[in-house]
Write a protein that binds this ligand. Structure first.
Ligand code: FAD
Length: 443
């Protein structure tokens, strides 16, 4: 029933005219009528993912992400933009982020971070290092020091994100108290961020300079370049779906963006403006498809990392809650593992020296995207931008890190795990919210 429009449309597409023409005067159905069939670069269909996500994944993630382990995220929102001088200090009330007070964060979470920091300091001084102890118990002190350095170099080489949480200025934020939603952030500052991401830190077809890459041009790029672009575009789609699904509805009733009162809910008008083919040169439905692509990419990372994540304690200091969290994570990972048509990362970066160069560029581009997050001129957008890029970066690390198969050498920090699950939660929610918009359009 829910997919009636898209199926009907799929049949009509085969006839001749653009499918949205058949839905006059309900032209808004166009956002969905092209959203069917196979997901690009993958072997499964949009409606398979809709069903899998909305019935199995979304309800589980919804309750999992309420747990203390996942609700506190540590980030530095004060770091200066490294690329340009940004003096657009955000005055909009809805951009404000409330950082946690001293007593708000469970001691177990702060404790593990402290412990990790102390371990790190010990490492730097050539003190005990479990990883290296495992490698060789008989090596000399000098050799051990060199190994610590090389391991650090390797870790940095393995990461797709800049590390934030060890900075002095990093603070814990309660994600439940600072939800991602419409903030009013737009104009030159927001444009500059997206421009810099797409034009300077993305792969592009030769001599093509418009911001987005039309789907017709994508095939002139190689698989890895397409994957990169689709992941960024899918992330952009997800951010914009969230602001449409949690739009400031009372704005039109005279409330301004600096007014403390506000009422949020879905705005169909905003959704259609952003995704219908008429207002996006026909690209809106492709941008929606890219959301499904990044969802499958992160789902695959979760399934691949399941053996590692199943060993995590998710420690907060509350024994009963930690046990519940472990069980809920295992349950979700079982669902993720059972999905039959995972994205196949083994086809990427194979073979020649050119593949190694491509992988290096892929990583460098993405590292820059995580740095650009420091230039976002709205703290709320910056927080969620950092969390989602870190989550995607963690997924890429799981999929492409050479260390992944060397069990004892692969490590994820708490903040990476929190980002990975929350980022996937954002994508899952976006797909779920699409169904709400689809229903709204049908009534
Ligand atoms: C990191 C980040 C986080 C943000 N978080 C929030 C938030 O939480 N709440 C909030 O209200 N606003 C947020 N914004 C702002 C929001 O994303 C838009 O930039 C803003 O609403 C202005 O929208 P726009 O219509 O100018 O188009 P934009 O979304 O700014 O897009 C610019 C151009 O990119 C192209 N484009 C659009 N979507 C895609 C896509 N999926 N794939 C490829 N190309 C595309 C189109 O040509 C479009 O004109 C965030 C921005 C950034 C950079």
């Amino acid at each position: 029933m829910l997919f009636r429009t898209s199926r009907l449309c799929l049949v009509l597409v085969v006839v001749t005219a653009p499918c949205w023409a058949y839905f006059e005067p309900h032209t808004h159905d166009a956002c969905f009528c092209q959203l069917s069939g196979r997901i690009d670069e993958c072997t499964c269909n949009i409606d398979t993912v809709d069903h899998f996500n909305n019935v199995k994944v979304y309800p589980r993630l919804r309750s999992l992400l309420l747990k203390d382990y996942f609700r506190f995220f540590k980030a530095n929102l004060k770091r200066e933009c490294p690329f340009w001088h940004d003096d657009s200090k955000c005055a909009m009330r809805y951009c404000h982020v409330q950082a946690c007070g001293d007593g708000d964060v469970p001691v177990g979470i702060k404790g593990t971070a402290k412990l990790k920091k102390e371990e790190k300091e010990e490492d730097t001084c050539g003190g005990s290092d479990k990883e290296l102890d495992y490698l060789n118990k008989t090596i000399s002190a000098k050799m051990k020091k060199d190994l610590v350095m090389w391991t650090k170099y390797d870790d940095a080489n393995d990461n797709f994100c800049v590390v934030d949480e060890n900075d002095e200025d990093a603070e814990y934020v309660d994600l439940l108290l600072n939800p991602e939603r419409f903030t009013g952030y737009k104009g030159s500052s927001a444009n500059r961020i997206w421009n810099s991401i797409y034009l300077e830190n993305c792969f592009r077809p030769k001599s093509y300079y418009s911001l987005y890459i039309p789907s017709s041009k994508l095939n002139s790029m190689c698989l890895e370049e397409r994957v990169y672009y689709r992941a960024i575009s899918g992330l952009h789609t997800s951010i914009n779906i969230h602001l449409c699904a949690n739009y400031l509805l009372s704005h039109s009733n005279g409330l301004s963006l600096t007014d403390p009162k506000g009422e949020w809910g879905p705005s169909l008008v905003e959704f259609e403006r952003r995704f219908s083919p008429e207002t996006t040169n026909g690209e809106g439905p492709n941008w929606l498809r890219n959301l499904y692509f990044i969802y499958l990419l992160e789902l695959r990372a979760l399934a691949k990392a399941a053996p590692y994540l199943e060993q995590e304690t998710f420690y907060t200091g509350n024994e009963a809650e930690d046990f519940d969290t472990q069980m809920a994570v295992k349950d979700l990972l079982n669902i993720a593992k059972q999905f039959p048509n995972h994205f196949d990362e083994t086809t990427m970066f194979t073979g020649s020296a050119q593949a190694a160069r491509l992988k290096h560029e892929f990583k460098e581009h993405f590292l820059n995207v995580t740095r650009i997050m420091d230039c976002v001129g709205c703290d709320k957008c910056k927080l969620w931008g950092k969390l989602q890029t870190k989550g995607l970066g963690t997924a890429l690390k799981i999929l492409f890190s050479q260390k992944f198969n060397q069990k004892k050498l692969f490590q994820l920090q708490r903040e990476e795990i929190v980002a990975l699950f929350n980022a996937f939660g954002r994508l899952s929610t976006s797909i779920y919210k699409l169904d709400n918009f689809r229903e709204m359009l049908e009534h």
